[in-house]
Each structure stands twice: as C-alpha cells, then as structure tokens.
Design a protein around this ligand. Structure first.
Ligand SMILES: *Cc1c(COP(=O)(O)O)cnc(C)c1O
Length: 439
C-alpha cells in the first residue's frame, strides 16, 4: 500500500476530490432570480419572501412559515413565541452550536444543559428528566449533523411534563425520523438557511409552526412590517413597533435563491445521499471508524448530510490518538479534523460572565438556585470531541473519486502501527464553537 505520507511516502490522493464536495451549489436560475430582485431594487420587499416561506411550510405540511435574516433570529423568535421569559428554564443539549440556546438568556430565561447520546450526538432522552423542575418550560432539540434525535422518547417526556418542544433543524433539512420530517414534531421549529447549511440561500432562517399564537408572537417580536397581519387582541394592542426591539426581516436576495432551491433541492439531496451512503458503507468496513448515521432500515435519514462525521474508536487501533489519526489522513490529502462543537456549559458565558451588568453571572441572573453545570457533569458532551471527526461530504456521486478518498482512509488504518511511535496524544479539549469557523 505504500508508505504513509506523514512519514514521507506518497500522498494517496492524486485527484482534486474537493471539487466533488463544493458547496453551496449555485445555478444559473438562482443568479437570474437574484439579479431580477436587484434590478427591481426589491431587496427589502417581502412578496417573494412570503412566496418562499409558504412553499417551505407547505413542503413540511406546516401552517405557518416565517423567514428571518438568519437561523439565530428564527430561534430567538421561536422562543419568544413559546413565551419563554423571566426565570423559565429551557433544557438544551450542551454539545451544539451556541445559537440553539443562547437567545434564551436575552429573554430572561435560564438554560439548563443536558448531555448528549454518544451514538446520535443529539440530546439524550435519558438525561432530560433529572433536569425537569417546576420552572421548566421547554426542551430544545438539535438533530445534530442531520442525525434525527429520539423524538419518540422526547415527545413522550414533553407530554408527561407538559413542556414545549423547539426543534433546531439547522442541521437537519429534509431529514426524516422514522418516516416523519424533523421539524414537524415539536411546537415550533427553526432552520438556519446560511450558506454552509444543507439548504443554503445566503444568510437566512425560517421558523415553522402550526400554532397561530407562536406565529403571531414571532411577527410581533421582530417583523414590524407585517404587524397588520396580527389577529390576536393582546398583540394587536401593540402593533407598529417590534416588541423585541429587533428587526429580523430576511434579505430578499436570499429568498430569491430559496425560491429556486426549493424546486431542485430534493434532486441534490438524492445525489448527496447516494454518494455519502456509498462512502460510509466503505468506511464502516474499517476498524476504528463508524460513520455517524441512523441505522439502515430505520426509516430515518440524513437529508443533506450537513457536517458529516464519523465516530473514532481508538481501542481498535491500539490507542492511536484521534489527533494523530487525522493528521495522517490530512497528509494523505483528506480533509479530516477531530472534534465537533465544544460543550457550551464550560464556556465562560455559561459560567461567570455578567453580560447585562446585573452584578451576577447572566446564566444565573433569574434562577432560584445555582444551576451552572460543573466540569464532569455532562461527560459525553465533554469528551465527544476526542471521539468524532469530520469526513468529506460528497455532493456529487463519482465512484472512482469516492473510492480514491476511501483508499486514503484504508491506507492510514492499515498502517496505523507506524503512527503509534510518534503519537503525542490528544490535547485536553478538541472542538470548535462554530463548525465552519475554527477558533
Ligand atoms: C447554524 C446554526 C444555527 C444558527 O443559524 P445562523 O443562520 O447561522 O444564525 C443554529 N443552530 C445550529 C445547530 C446551527 O448549526
């Protein structure tokens, strides 16, 4: 098989495989639609946006869709829609992107972190119940890297304790959980539509719900230009200026991309699914690697395979660190990095920073007790960075190219013994606060 590239051998990868991973896919029709809006000077209008959100909501069989300037804003609005306010506790997985729960703090609520399930990387239903108190109002679910969370168990708990559920679908566009779309289980769902995500329209986000009050509260919160649509009396009293003090209107150039993408995304996703299934089937034959995807025949799917990952089991490679393993892969020409999102409960913002000058850490400013999660309290979230790594996400199916990239993995795995000698181990923590921006 040849000497490992990291030890001076030849690179396994000769082709420019990243061409097959290039994202987002921009078509001529998108360009034309964007130009049309630009030429009209209609960037801040909302007609096309309304058309797009109607189509997106229809796709999901949901009553209401409301576009936002990004996914973070859609989550913020959804939380306001759910009436999260002073002292309300919201349970969220610690291992996720910060936007899943950080807006809770600006509403005066309290974030309570739960651990994740090691297999799915989503909130662990077994770790929810112990966090429920009489202040708990909602659970935030993230279908992490497109792997649907265990919605059967989560909805059962929500029902039992009368809790609201917000699905953060920023990773899970068109992902099915046991045959039903993620984003249609909870009371409300929010999707990031930024350029790196599986449904990229530029900067943008969308909130979906079947609940009129959630929808109208979201309008009142950050969409003053639509206040005439509001029908509920207590909201009608304050139309004209946004209650949140936010302006969350999406740029219509993004909606223009969306209106075209919605017609073609299923075809794109089919190709991604075909390519990634082929690739992952190959990778799963190797010791040390188990790709992150729902079991076959579970009727659960990964949609656009956002942020594709694999689990790494170093025991199967005599303890070779994931750091060294990924270094060797990168030397062969594969973009592979250890880690995923860092555990939020250990970030200073969720420990001791006084954001709003209350004279105490914001994370506990409205809580009865000190609810801060201590080091070691959420062990899976704290250690998962050393157990998963990113794998290439093919958006075009090409057997030869995929096999070539697989060949690099195979080469590293087969020669792992040569890597043990100079293995310096892993740093104390691995991961990033954002998946696409490495800090
Ligand atoms: C990207 C992302 C968001 C926020 O979306 P933006 O469009 O970037 O504001 C929220 N939650 C998760 C899990 C994300 O990955």
């Amino acid at each position: 098989m040849g000497k490992l590239a990291i030890l001076g051998g030849e690179k396994a990868i000769k082709s420019n495989y990243v061409e097959y991973c290039k994202w987002p896919i921009i078509t001529k029709e998108m360009e034309e639609k964007v130009l049309e809006i630009l030429r009209k000077g209609a960037m801040s209008n909302i007609e096309l946006t309304k058309e797009f959100e109607r189509e997106y909501a229809n796709l999901y069989g949901m009553k209401y869709g409301l576009c936002h300037n990004n996914g973070t804003a859609a989550i913020h609005s959804a939380l306001f829609g759910l009436k999260i306010g002073k002292g309300d506790e919201v349970i969220c997985p610690s291992m996720t992107y910060w936007a899943s729960c950080l807006p809770v703090l600006s509403l005066g609520g309290t974030v309570i972190f739960a651990d994740i399930d090691e297999e799915s990387l989503c909130i662990d239903p077994n770790d929810i119940e112990r966090h429920i108190t009489d202040r708990t109002k909602a659970i935030i679910v993230v279908h992490y890297a497109g792997y649907p969370a265990d919605m059967d168990r989560i909805m059962q708990l929500a029902k039992k304790y009368n809790l609201k559920v917000l699905e953060d679908c920023s990773h899970s566009h068109w992902c099915f959980y046991k045959g039903k779309l993620t984003g249609t289980f909870g009371d409300v769902s929010a999707f990031s539509l930024m350029s790196g995500k599986s449904f990229p329209i530029g900067e943008g986000g969308i909130m979906l719900t079947n609940d009129l009050e959630i929808y109208e509260r979201a309008i009142i919160f950050g969409h003053y230009e639509r206040h005439s649509e509001v029908t509920l009396d207590y909201l009608k009293k304050g139309i004209g200026v946004p209650w949140g003090g936010y302006k969350y209107r999406i740029h219509q150039l993004s909606s223009a991309v969306g209106i075209v993408l919605i017609k073609i995304f299923k075809e794109i996703f089919e190709e991604i699914d075909k390519a990634m299934t082929y690739f992952c089937d190959l990778l799963d034959t190797l010791p040390g690697i188990k790709t992150h995807r729902p079991p076959k025949n579970s009727n659960s799917t990964k949609g656009g395979w956002y942020a594709s990952l694999a689990h790494y089991n170093k025991e199967e490679l005599e303890g070779l660190s994931i750091t060294r393993f990924c270094e060797a892969l990168r030397a062969e020409g594969v973009s592979a990095y250890p880690g995923c999102n860092k555990p939020l409960h250990l970030h200073p913002l969720f420990q001791n920073i006084d954001i709003y000058n209350d004279g105490k850490p914001t994370v506990i400013r409205n809580s009865e007790k000190d609810i801060r999660s201590k080091i070691g309290s959420l062990p899976i979230s704290e250690n998962i960075g050393k157990k998963v790594f990113s794998i290439p996400r093919f958006v075009k199916f090409d057997k030869k190219i995929i096999e070539e990239v697989f060949g690099a993995f195979e080469k590293v795995v087969k020669n792992y013994k040569e890597l043990l000698k100079d293995d310096k181990g892993d740093p104390p923590t691995i991961g990033n606060w954002g998946l696409t921006f490495r800090i």
